[in-house]
Design a binder for this molecule. Structure first.
Ligand code: ADP
Ligand code: MG
Length: 212
């Protein structure tokens, strides 16, 4: 979990300018800064706690770091999603498998929807994380390596598809129809996170990753 968080956090920090450029088109241009700040504080919070530590405990620390250190809407939304997702990792049968990842995504999405009141198609991060949840729920029998790859393809396509959507929630909704034609920054950050974390799992636990 520590390695997966690190991989995701470093990617967000690296993509800071790209994410802010996307946000400059349909928002206020700070999404990269927000996510990089969340990522940095999550890394620091994990470093401070090096004792006996469960995966769900780490996920909670990451969520709290986003909640406490990130302004804007994405910080509290991701933060509450991570904290809720941690519950799925507490289950007695939690393992590195499709069921647990699906449960994590389910809790994440429920919390983000509860807080932000967005639904599928509103041009938000949920337009990546809801299709991802569906991949894991619908194909739980598929080998994990294939599922992770399918998840990456799904996330990539879902990000592209946000171009077609009109924003109904968040700052971009002020633009109405003028938000069409642009990628949603939160959808992009979700796909980056998913790509890095799933590649990390493949490389370190499945050893089947190939260049994509
Ligand atoms: P802010 O909009 O406050 O500047 P950010 O720029 O960091 O915050 O994040 C913007 C992203 O947050 C959007 O691209 C969108 O994906 C996501 N977002 C905004 N509002 C909501 C909401 N109500 N539900 C889900 N996601 C949202
Ligand atoms: Mg913004």
């Amino acid at each position: 979990m520590r390695g997966a968080v690190k991989a995701g956090a470093e990617a967000l920090i690296k993509e800071r300018d790209y994410l802010s450029e996307l946000d400059a088109k349909i928002g206020d241009g700070d999404h990269g800064l927000n996510m990089a700040r969340g990522a940095q504080s999550a890394l620091e919070a994990l470093d401070e706690q090096s004792g006996a530590f469960t995966p769900s405990g780490m996920m909670r620390v990451v969520g709290e770091a986003f909640m406490m250190n990130v302004g804007g809407s994405a910080g509290p939304l991701y933060g509450s999603g991570f904290i809720a997702g941690a519950k799925a990792l507490d289950a007695p049968d939690a393992a590195l498998d499709a069921k647990t990842i699906g449960n994590f995504l389910h809790e994440f999405n429920a919390a983000v929807q509860k807080r932000g009141k967005a639904k599928l198609g509103d041009k938000t991060m949920l337009d990546v994380s809801i299709p991802l949840e569906k991949v894991f729920v619908d194909n739980a029998d598929m080998p994990l390596a294939e599922l992770l790859k399918l998840g990456r393809e799904t996330a990539r396509n879902a990000v592209e598809y946000t171009k077609e959507l009109e924003a109904k929630r968040g700052r971009a909704s002020y633009l109405g129809a003028r938000s069409v034609g642009h990628i949603d920054p939160g959808a992009a950050s979700s796909a980056i996170l998913w790509r890095e974390v799933s590649l990390y799992i493949e490389k370190n636990f499945l050893a089947t990753a190939q260049a994509e």
